[in-house]
Design a protein around this ligand. Sequence first.
Ligand SMILES: [Mg+2]
Length: 257
Amino acid sequence: MAIVDHSTTPALKTNLKFIFFTDFDGTITQQDSNDFMIEKFGIGPVVRKEMFQDILFGRRTFRDGFKEMLDSIKLPLDKCIEALLQNITLDEGFKEFYSWARENNIPVVVLSGGMEPIIRALLAHLLGEDEVKTLPILSNDVAPRPGKTLKDEGGWEIVYRDDSSFGHDKALEIRPYANLPDDKRPVLFYAGDGVSDLSAAKETDLLFAKAGRDLVVFCENEKVPFKTFENFSEILDTLKNIVVGRISVKDVAAGGA
Ligand SMILES: [Mg+2]
């Protein structure tokens, strides 16, 4: 993890007005890297979809189901990463969004249920090595299985970040910022596309939900305000307007802007 400050709000080293949290798979990227690996090198698309239905309908936890799906992948980690680098593409507006955020002192924090070495390799490839060095990625990790190395067949497994039934409860990472007193609390943004983003989204001031994906349906059901987006160019336009004070976060969240 890039953040070395062990306080509960490490992204607040300077007096920031905004923080942008974002999911990785299917949000910053156009495809989901875990689905890709599971379908291509593990149990395949049919069983994967069945297992996801079980998770959605509460017949099993995400934590157990996701680990079982990943365990079906026997390909060594470096070979998985090689295949992902060739097949996963970046959201077309993300590069410009990310440089703008850096120039404007708005930290971008990646919150993911995926695995850090994979996310970092993909982002280094898609965004550039230097850009990614300072990007905080809060996610699950990978470890060698007992008696094996990451380069062996069946040699790696996911290591969850916390004890929650999600494996990584994204809301826990945002809450210390959300609970700051009003005069210190930055405006919190979140972008996501899936079920795991809902709890995180509830902690933030403005949620961008990817058009046509599960998160939109969940937000509608749970009455969580959101703005849909097709790509990060749209998010960038909205943020630029908010930063100069042309529109307010409340207006955007209420669908008035
Ligand atoms: Mg996602």
